[in-house]
Write a protein that binds this ligand. Structure first.
Ligand code: CU
Length: 469
C-alpha cells in the first residue's frame, strides 16, 4: 500500500465511487447498520431507483469526481437524518431549511469579537458570529440555495472551494460576478456532486478577508454511506494570523511572520479535544486557508490513511499510511483510522514555530546561558526581550515573573496531567477512552499501572549496566 510505485491513483482500476454501494451493503456492514434505510428514505424520500441507476453507470468511470444529478429533498423542515453530522471542534454546523426540495442556508459576513484563547481577543471577521464560519453540510445530489449577506464595510464574495458547479456560482469577484456590496444579499444556487471535504471563503480582497478569519468548511456526505463509515467525523480548518501585541485587530499585511497559529481559529489550550470511544472509526477532515504556510499535522499514537483531498476520495490503492499529513494551503486532506489505542494523544502542526504563540520569535538567542532568576532579571535590563531559553522550556513563560503585556499570549501552552504542556498554537488532543457514554471531554487519561515513563532507580540502572559516570 505504501509502495511509491503505486502512487498513481487508479492503477488498480479502483474508483472513488467504490465508496458508494447499494443499500444492501450498508445494512450488512461488519460494523452494523449505521444510518440504515430509514435514514435515507426519511429525509431523502425522493432518491428512488433512478439515482441507483446513475451510480452503477458512474462506477465504470475513471477516478475523477463526477457531477451528479440533482435530487429533490423534503418540501419543508429543518433537519436532515441522512448523515451523522460532522463535529467542528469549537464550532458548529450551519442551520438550514428545506424549501420545496432545496436546502436553503444563510451566511452573514460580519465582524466578530473573537477570543483565540483566554488572554487574547481581537476583532476578526467571520460568518454568522464566528470564525471560522459554521460548517456547511450537505448530501451528494442536494440542491443548495445559499444567501450571503454582506455585513462588512467592504465588498466581498463567497467561493465554494472544491465544489463542482456552474461557473457563474463560483464566487470570484470580477470574474464570475460583481462583488457583493455592503448591505447587499446575494443568492447562490447549485447542486453538490460527489462526497468529500471542501471549504468556503471570500474571493474578493482575499488577502485581507482570509487573514481576518473569513473561512469555513464545506462537507458533502455520501448518499449511500458504506465502507469506512465514521463514528466520529471531525472538521478542522487551519489558519495563521498576525496579531501584534496590543493590537485590536489582526494585521492582514503580514507576509511571513505569523504569531497566532490556529485550529478552527483557536490556539491551545482553547482548542477542544477530539473525543472518541475505544474502537470508534474516526475521520478528521483538515482544510488549510493560511495566507502562506502549509501545515504538516502529526497525530501521536496512530497510523492513519490519507483518504482524500478537496479533489475527491483517493482510491483505496492510493491511500497511504502516515502519521503526519501535509495540508498545503488552499487544500483539504482527510485522514481515517480506528481508535484502538486509549490515551491522550497529541495532534499538532509539526513546524515547531506553529505551536508557539506571539512571543515565539524575534528574541535574542540566549540558549546555553546559565543563571538564576536574579541573573535573568539583571540581564533583561541589558538585553531587551531576553528570556531564559533552553533552560525551563517555553511553557514556563506564562508562569514566572515575566511581565506579560495586556491582551497577549506568550509562549506558554496550557495545563496537562503532568504539569504544563509547553506548546500553544496549532495543538490539540485526541482523547480515546473505553467505556464512554458520551463525547464530553473525559479529562486526563488514567494510565494503567506501570505504563508511564518515570525516573530510573539506581538499582535499575545498575541491573541494566547503565553507567552515568
Ligand atoms: Cu504549521
Amino acid at each position: 500500500m505504501a509502495d511509491t510505485e503505486n502512487e498513481n491513483p487508479g492503477t488498480e482500476g479502483a474508483s472513488p465511487s467504490e465508496g458508494m454501494a447499494t443499500d444492501d451493503a450498508v445494512g450488512s456492514s461488519p460494523r452494523g447498520p449505521r444510518l440504515g434505510r430509514r435514514g435515507f428514505l426519511g429525509a431523502g424520500a425522493l432518491v428512488g431507483a433512478a439515482l441507483a441507476g446513475n451510480v452503477t453507470e458512474a462506477e465504470a468511470q475513471p477516478p475523477a469526481r463526477r457531477r451528479v444529478q440533482a435530487t429533490e429533498g423534503p418540501a419543508s423542515g429543518d433537519t436532515d437524518d441522512r448523515y451523522r453530522p460532522v463535529v467542528t471542534p469549537n464550532g458548529s454546523s450551519l442551520p438550514f431549511r428545506w424549501v420545496d426540495g432545496v436546502k436553503v442556508m444563510h451566511l452573514r459576513a460580519e465582524p466578530v469579537d473573537h477570543e483565540f484563547t483566554d488572554g487574547l481577543r481581537a476583532e476578526c471577521w467571520g460568518y454568522n458570529g464566528s470564525t471560522p464560519g459554521p460548517t456547511i453540510e450537505a448530501v451528494e445530489g442536494d440542491r443548495l440555495r445559499i444567501y450571503v449577506t454582506n455585513g462588512l464595510q467592504e465588498q466581498t464574495t463567497v467561493h465554494w472551494h472544491g465544489i463542482l458547479l456552474e461557473a457563474g456560482m463560483d464566487g470570484v469577484g470580477g470574474l464570475t460576478q460583481p462583488p457583493i456590496e455592503p448591505g447587499e444579499t446575494y443568492r447562490y444556487e447549485f447542486t453538490v456532486g460527489e462526497p468529500g471535504t471542501f471549504m468556503y471563503h471570500p474571493h474578493w480582497d482575499e488577502m485581507t478577508q482570509m487573514a481576518m478569519g473569513m473561512m469555513g468548511m464545506f462537507v458533502v456526505h455520501p448518499r449511500r454511506p458504506s465502507g469506512f463509515v465514521p463514528d466520529r467525523d471531525f472538521a478542522i480548518i487551519l489558519n495563521e494570523w498576525s496579531v501584534p501585541i496590543g493590537a485590536a485587530r489582526p494585521d492582514p499585511f503580514e507576509m511571513s511572520d505569523f504569531n497566532v497559529l490556529t485550529m478552527n481559529s483557536k490556539v491551545f489550550p482553547a482548542t477542544d479535544a477530539l473525543v472518541a470511544k475505544l474502537d470508534d472509526r474516526v475521520r478528521i477532515r483538515f482544510g488549510n486557508l493560511s495566507g502562506i504556510d502549509n501545515h504538516p499535522i502529526h497525530l501521536h499514537g496512530y497510523s492513519f490513511r490519507i483518504a482524500g483531498s478537496d479533489g475527491g476520495a483517493y482510491p483505496p490503492s492510493a491511500q497511504q499510511p502516515h502519521t503526519t499529513v501535509l495540508v498545503p494551503t488552499g487544500s483539504c486532506r482527510w485522514v481515517e483510522f480506528e481508535a484502538n489505542a486509549p490515551g491522550d494523544w497529541a495532534m499538532h502542526c509539526h513546524m515547531t514555530h506553529h505551536v508557539m504563540n506571539q512571543m515565539g520569535h524575534g528574541i535574542p538567542n540566549m540558549v546555553g546561558v546559565r543563571g538564576g532568576r536574579d541573573f535573568d532579571r539583571r540581564l533583561r535590563r541589558l538585553v531587551p526581550g531576553y528570556m531564559p531559553m533552553g533552560r525551563n522550556g517555553m511553557g514556563s513563560m506564562g508562569e514566572h515573573d515575566m511581565p506579560i503585556p495586556a491582551n497577549s499570549i506568550p509562549m506558554r501552552g496550557g495545563p496537562g496531567a503532568f504539569g504544563r504542556i509547553d506548546m500553544g498554537g496549532m495543538f490539540t488532543i485526541v482523547k480515546v477512552r473505553e467505556g464512554l457514554t458520551d463525547y464530553a471531554d473525559p479529562g486526563w487519561y488514567e494510565h494503567p499501572e506501570g505504563t508511564v515513563a518515570r525516573v530510573a532507580t539506581e538499582a535499575e540502572l545498575r541491573a541494566d549496566g547503565i553507567d552515568l559516570s
